[in-house]
Design a protein around this ligand. Sequence first.
Ligand code: MSK
Length: 658
Amino acid sequence: MSDKSVDCAANEMLERCDGVIETAFDRAAQIKPCPVGADSSCCKMCFMGPCRLVGKTTRGVCGATRATVAARNYARAVAGGSAAHSDHGRGLAFALLAVARGEAQGFRIRDTQKLYAVASYLNIATEGRSVNAIAEDVATKALDNFGQQTGLISYASRATPKRQQIWQDLGLTPRSVDREIVEIMHRTHMGVDQDAENILKQAMRTALGDGWAGSMLATDISDILFGTPSPLQSAVNLGVLKDDEVNIVLHGHDPALSEMIVAASTDPELLAYAESKGAKGINLAGICCTANEVLMRHGIPPAGNFLSQELAIATGAVEAMIVDVQCIMQALAEVAKAHHTRLITTSSKAMIEGATHIEFDEQHAYDCAKNLVRAAIDNYPNRGQTHIPPAREELVAGFSHEYIGYMQGGLYRGSFRPLNDAVIAGRIRGLAAVVGCNNARVTQDSAITKIVRELIANDVLVVVTGCAATGAAKEGYLRPEFMDKAGPGLREVCEAIGVPPVLHVGSCVDNSRILTILTQCATEGGLGEDISDIPAVGICPEYMSEKALAIGTYCAASGAHVLFGIHNPVAGSPEVTELISKGWEATVGGSMEFEPDVDRLIARAFEIIDAKREALGLAEYNPNRFGQSGDALMEEALRATQNKPTLGFYSISDVSAE
Ligand code: MSK
């Protein structure tokens, strides 16, 4: 196996790029991370420094200690991540407002049920009112959650009563998204908050504003506008690009733009235009979290995750890469220049030198999307030699919180009872979320895939989001057939409910869906009273983004134990390392731990899950307690009699054949 990626398509492209096109993999090899910055031992909050607190230097010029410096750096990263997610959510709230007022061309409210549900969370009356009037109030209230100066965020009431009490007692309930972010920037300015524990408390409050307001509102409003996801079949990896069609790759995070491009790509006028240029059609694919958004709602296949973005262009088969915000490498402009690809930026917040800028404007959304698609079609005749790796895996994606409830009882009796009962009985050992990015410092997808494999083999039900979801999908882990690799208890439950053992629940903003899933598990009964009681763990093995730290922090402040790989970003301060792990565990019941060794990280995940089982008084996990699943036994019998392999759970080929 290559030490760059476990993805064969990525390795194939990297071989072709070697010495011809520079990629993030090359730059990571050339640039050594600064060891002082990596440990948060560098303070540049004022211009007397930067102060490097290493060796015998334990204080900066102002006297700031290592703990203060590390806590400030951590808090600022959380503020950055929270700002990114939440600004995305704010944009969607404005989009909903424009739709409600009839000012957003091409958009409409697709899920009125979700609109009513959100209105009820926000205490907005629905009786006898028009959909647009309700939507306008929902959007306005959502916007208040970003900018209000007093009061508390609305969705705090969606947490369990125990969690709400913890937040209230500790002063952690966010007032509004923006206020908490601004307060972090103020507190970490030179000469303000110099108490590491107090700074970290504000980091939690800010992150909670992201998780329970910015991100949760982003997810909910996306569902209202574009539809709440339910499982669908698609494919993944660079092999989804097509040699004879106009390939458009959507990259970034904002579903508003990508939704319109999906619609425009089926416009008969544009299809005819593509044909007139010699193409057989218009093929859309995604990268990063835009990929997850359009995958879950339309089955548009992801071409890859974070570290595959340059490689997609290097195939020579991409007419346009259309980007909006977040996780977009500046180097794309250089790679695009070496090919015929048009790199098109669409947000006034994210311009790149060398890219074409065509700004997305909601009021003329559909026209704008058509212009972008037309620009890609115009570029098709410029295509030169292409090399599309054949790698392509099938997948099933799109398990929203609502759909998981529906799968456990149907439309009228949907609940989380079967799942909770399975955990209580020990058929399912516990739950895990494997989330987050790729990081060029480690082998792409290696930790993600190993962790998912080990967890399900040991009867842990896994949900995945973001680039971790795409990484798992590329190795075939989102195929129903992956059921074969699950432990017998987990397999039995998944067969009974009809879900695969690895559930794709969305983009990085959709980690908020994990909060609502866990909250429902807690309120269903039998697994304690709160997220902190559930045998569950969050794992972010290949993180690279500030958003990942914000997500980890809001999960910890919501009571979850979260394990990160790569490197401890506050390693320079044992005090801060202790505060965010054992310190937070004692106060909020959740924690953040960093463990670069994947085997140790997996062992720690099981330790956390088993300790929660013990605390709940549940039977110790025993992999042999229930024997093989019914379907596995049947398969064995069938194999013996007919020498023909079959699967208990439906296979993708069965579905396709129907
Ligand atoms: S895109 S934040 S690399 S998950 Fe959401 Fe992927 Fe991480 Fe960006």
